[in-house]
Structures are given as C-alpha cells and as structure tokens.
Design a protein around this ligand. Sequence first.
Ligand SMILES: NC(=O)c1ccc[n+]([C@@H]2O[C@H](COP(=O)([O-])OP(=O)(O)OC[C@H]3O[C@@H](n4cnc5c(N)ncnc54)[C@H](OP(=O)(O)O)[C@@H]3O)[C@@H](O)[C@H]2O)c1
Length: 349
Amino acid sequence: MTSLKEILVIGGTGAQGIPVVEALSESKRYRVRILTRNGKSSRAQRLSRLPNVTLIEGRQDSQDDLHRALKGVYGAWVNLDSFTLGEKNELFYGIRAYEIARYERVQHYIWGNTAYALKRANWDKKYHFAHGDAKGRISDFILAQGQSGMRSSILSTCPYINTLVDGIFVPKEQPDGSFAWINPAKKGKFPLIAVEDIGHYSLWLFDNVSESAGLDLQVVTDYVSFEDIANTFTAVTGKKGVHKSVPFEEYLTLVEPYPNAPMNWFAGRDVAQDEASMSWRENCTAFWHYYNDGVNGVADLDLLTRIHPNRIMSLEEWMRKVDYDGHGKPGTVLKGLQDLLEGKPMSKD
Ligand SMILES: NC(=O)c1ccc[n+]([C@@H]2O[C@H](COP(=O)([O-])OP(=O)(O)OC[C@H]3O[C@@H](n4cnc5c(N)ncnc54)[C@H](OP(=O)(O)O)[C@@H]3O)[C@@H](O)[C@H]2O)c1
C-alpha cells in the first residue's frame, strides 16, 4: 500500500469526481484522498469503502483546509464547484489551490475545466457564463506557470449527458405520453460528455505524465442538437420525443429555481451577493447561447478514441447503456441538487 502514489481528489463526491475516484481506486496504482465537507454523507461513505480511498474533511474555500488536504500527496485532481462558490470565489480559490499545491510540492496537478467562453467568443459578453469563465481563466493561469517543478494538465469537460436524467436537460412528460425538451436551443449541436468516461481520461492523464503535462484534454461523447436528442430518444425507447424551441423569457420563467436566484444557488438562499455576482438567469442565458452557437468548437475525437478505445461513442450508445427512459431522477447525478433536495445546502456559515 505504501508504494501507491496518493492523489487528492477535490470534488470527489460529485458527479464528475465519483468516476475519477472509482477509476483511480480500481487501477490499484493510486491511493485516493477525497476532500469533502461532510465525511458522513452517503456518497462519501460509499466511496470510503473502496480500496485505498480515505476521506479528509474540509472545504474548497478554506486555504487552511487546502494546505492540509494537499500536504504529502503525489497528485491532485481538482474540480471546484462554481454552483456553490460563485465566479469570484472560484477564481480566488482556484488560483490559491494551485499555489498551495506548489507550496506543498505536489508533482502532478489536474485542473477540472469547462470552457473559457469569453475568450473563445472573442470577448463577446453575450457568451460570458460564470461557471465556464472562472475555470477557463484559471486554466490559462495554470498553463502559464509552465511544467517545471510541478506538472499540470487540464481536463476540459462540457455539459454532462447525464443531465438528461438529473439537471438542465431532463425532458417533460406530456399528457399524451410523449417527452418534450422545451428550451431556447435552436439547431446548434451541443457537446455532451458521459461522466462515466471521465474516470478513464483522468487515470490516463495521471498514468501518462510525459504526454499529459501541459495538455488541455477536451473530452466529449457526442455533438447533438435537441432535435437529435428527441429523435434518438424515440429510436431507443419507441416513445415519442419532441424538441420545442421557446423564447428565453418563457424558458427562464419555467426553470429558474426561484425569483432572482444567484448562479451559485447550490449554496443556499442566504449566500452573499455583490456587484460581481451573476444571476442564475444571466448565467443560464449565456450558457445556452454559447453552446447553441457552436462557440466551443470541436474536440479531437481521434485523440479521445486513442486514449479511451472503449469510450461511449454516441448519445444512442449512452441511452442504451443506462436504459434511458426520459424520466428525471433528481439528485442521482449532481450532489449539489441532492443536498438541496435533502434540505441541506452547505452554505459557509
Ligand atoms: N453540470 C454539468 O453539466 C457540468 C459539466 C461540466 C462541468 N461542470 C462543472 O462541475 C462543477 C461541479 O462539479 P459536479 O458536477 O461534480 O457537481 P456536484 O455533483 O454538485 O458535486 C459538487 C462537488 O463539490 C464539492 N463541494 C462543493 N462545495 C464545496 C466546498 N465549499 N468545499 C469542499 N467541497 C465542496 C462537493 O463535495 P461535498 O458535498 O462532499 O463537500 C461535491 O463533491 C461545476 O463547477 C460545474 O461548472 C458541470
């Protein structure tokens, strides 16, 4: 056991972190230390029973906790939670987490990114969404530090395919038994990633440091429009699927968690707000524009298949694999949503 390299996983109880913890544990090449605010949660408890997995209680937004968590580990896999921290705190703690890792002499650092939307959109504010831009800025900062001293890799994800079950892409069952995706998307092809594959990609990044140092690995499963999603759903389930494109105002009113919700609404209703805070509506609007308009570009699918030959190749393959039936299963994917449903948002105070 002592010969295994230890990896700190930040966000390890989350949708994205769970497959990473599982893949590292299964490999038998790594020990895993998960930073969590609550070691007694059902997710933390289940993961702690996997081989070579331990928990350390603490917060992403505490520099003392980050020092404690990063001390003595070989590597770190870091996915901060924008929907709890908000853009400003994520920027600060994202940079501090990297700096603290350097201080603690971590050897390989993987940063969970989504997209630097503003930069990809030539700084057009129409596309500024907080949970992309905070992570994207930090990615640039990390890569700018170079690869001597500590190696770093960026793992860039896109919307989870799994939010067809829990989150923003769950369809609504209609009185006639059909399933409708009602949203402001038009014809755009959205990139979707199956979180099931994120473990394999992360393990590869740790295992192949000579190739992965300095790499920004953009991961995706498939590119689909909402019409494609509805049609694939029909092909897989035999049930009728439809996409209804509606104006933003109509959509936002339908799905806003509560009036004037902030983008980091997982932190609870009493979370502090100021001039820099983005509302849930602003964040959501830019997100839909960004992916619908194809600003994110296209990933290197050949590279992904080389790294992960058994990756899930398509939306259809994923739907068949999970027996997708169109019904939402709230709280089964996103821990932030699960906590809210269980009535315990983990706000700071
Ligand atoms: N939803 C999507 O489609 C999507 C796609 C790509 C990227 N992302 C990005 O992924 C991030 C969220 O990760 P996720 O999807 O895995 O969410 P999630 O399932 O809601 O999990 C949130 C994770 O963050 C941890 N966490 C939250 N606040 C924390 C704090 N103050 N201190 C310590 N841990 C904290 C939670 O740990 P504990 O509760 O155990 O403390 C949990 O592991 C967001 O920044 C989002 O932008 C989301």
